[in-house]
Design a protein around this ligand. Structure first.
Ligand code: ZN
Length: 92
């Protein structure tokens, strides 16, 4: 049986069940200080404000991933293309 502990969201101040919070090992009850819906809202705001930075990070991540894949399968063409793209992203 699960004990019903409620936690107050730091942001919207609502008393919610632990399941409404993301797991966070360093926090009280092992849950994040803000509820999932507040977190989602904050992430959305962050992405909106940092659109270019987020896009760049995503592009960098995707390119690194395809570079690693290409190295794994030994595709020289893709390795070259991905390296060039990564270099452009990182020096921009
Ligand atoms: Zn909240």
């Amino acid at each position: 049986m699960e004990i019903q502990i409620k936690r107050k969201c730091y942001d919207c101040k609502k008393e919610l069940q632990l399941i409404d919070f993301h797991k966070h090992s360093k926090e009280k009850y092992g849950r994040a200080y803000e509820c999932k819906s507040c977190k989602r809202k904050r992430d959305k705001e962050y992405n909106k404000r940092n659109r270019i930075k987020v896009l760049k990070q995503k592009r960098e991540y995707d390119t690194k991933k395809s570079l690693l894949n290409a190295i794994e399968i030994g595709n020289v063409n893709i390795i070259e293309r991905a390296s060039n793209r990564l270099l452009m992203i990182l020096t921009n």
